[in-house]
Write a protein of this length. Structure first.
Length: 353
């Protein structure tokens, strides 16, 4: 496999794909309560991985900006706009297909179809009353809203934020979520001001900014080969353990914050670039898996609905297999179409007018 030399971390790329698959299986599982064993029955914790990693890369981007004469408001707008442009083609495709599928399966009215527009405006997690054909887009909505607050703070205050403000935010908001809900995987629980999913995103993106400081310190240490081997084992054991813990009865209320801690440790080690796995995973295949993770995450729901409505006679295990394979296949096609479209657009822009 071809080695990739860029800003991507192959280990993180691989686990992005794996945690997106966990989300897919979890959403099949929640519709089969009668089964004795449900794989990843508390797999909603996978979203924590994405929030933490996003918080790390947001902080890395803000910290790399050294020109303090720049207008931070404009820079923040450009940062968010760049992310929106990256997400939008995938969201638009998934939204259109989901809207069509749910219009048939749930008999959407014209009014409901019109009110779904808020999802395309990245306001799914807002308290605006809306229809939600693409349920999974709440994560992107919450992330962008919170980044709009966090990015300029990190950009302006740098280490004062990551060393002082971020720990305070993590302690107080994380503690409140734990006390109030006894679990992390909250989304549309109403707090009186906003949905709890926004606080969840704010808490974990901020925690990701603390991981940035930990990773930067790890990168300065010269580890021996034995230590690198041990770090590799710890990283793999941490990530792998999540896939086992989420199957334990009441794992969400009992182990959510433990799993979050495990993810923090494994993500920090993976991003330190000090492990054996970093070199092994730094290839085009793992990077490709990372690119598949977003369309898989966005499109699996309408596939699950079709399987649930039109393949009722098959077993739970068969449903899981069919949804996973279909989600990957559809995502490969969508990824190809989006990248092909972007390439054509880029080539047109290069052509002389």
């Amino acid at each position: 496999m071809k080695k990739v030399v860029n800003s991507h971390n192959g280990s993180i790329s691989f686990w992005k794909f794996m945690f997106s698959i966990m989300v897919v299986i979890y959403h099949v599982t929640i519709l089969n309560k009668g089964e004795k064993f449900l794989l990843f029955r508390y797999g909603a914790i996978a979203v924590e991985f994405f929030f933490l990693v996003s918080g790390y890369f947001m902080t890395k981007k803000a910290m790399q900006q050294l020109d303090d004469s720049k207008n931070i408001a404009e820079e923040t707008t450009q940062y968010i706009w760049k992310k929106i442009k990256a997400f939008f083609p995938y969201i638009l495709i998934a939204f259109i297909i989901s809207l069509i599928v749910k219009s048939f399966t749930e008999n959407y009215t014209i009014s409901q179809i019109i009110k779904s527009i808020w999802q395309l405006l990245f306001l799914d997690i807002s308290s605006i009353q809306k229809t939600r054909p693409l349920a999974s887009v709440w994560y992107i909505s919450a992330m962008l809203i919170c980044m709009l607050i966090l990015y300029p703070l990190i950009r302006k205050y740098k280490k004062n934020f990551t060393h002082i403000v971020a720990p305070i935010i993590v302690i107080f908001i994380g503690g409140w979520i734990s006390y109030k809900y006894r679990r992390l995987t909250v989304i549309f629980e109403w707090t009186g001001i906003m949905y709890a999913g926004i606080l969840r995103a704010f808490f974990e993106l901020t925690l990701g900014s603390i991981l940035y400081e930990i990773v930067e310190n790890l990168k300065t240490i010269e580890f021996t080969k034995i230590t690198k081997f041990i770090l590799t084992i710890v990283e793999l054991a941490g990530f792998t353990s999540i896939f086992f813990i989420v199957n334990i009865e009441n794992a969400s209320t009992n182990y959510d914050f433990i799993m979050l801690l495990i993810l923090c440790v494994s993500i920090s080690i993976a991003l330190s670039e000090k492990t054996i796995g970093y070199n092994l995973a730094n290839n085009s295949f793992c990077y490709y898996l990372e690119k598949l993770s977003l369309p898989i995450y966005l499109n699996h729901e309408w596939i699950r609905i079709i399987v649930q409505n039109y393949f009722k006679q098959i077993t739970y295990t068969q449903k899981v297999g069919l949804v996973v394979i279909s989600s990957i296949t559809v995502s490969i096609i969508i990824l190809f179409l989006v990248e092909k479209g972007r390439k054509i657009k880029w080539e047109k822009q290069k052509m002389p007018s």
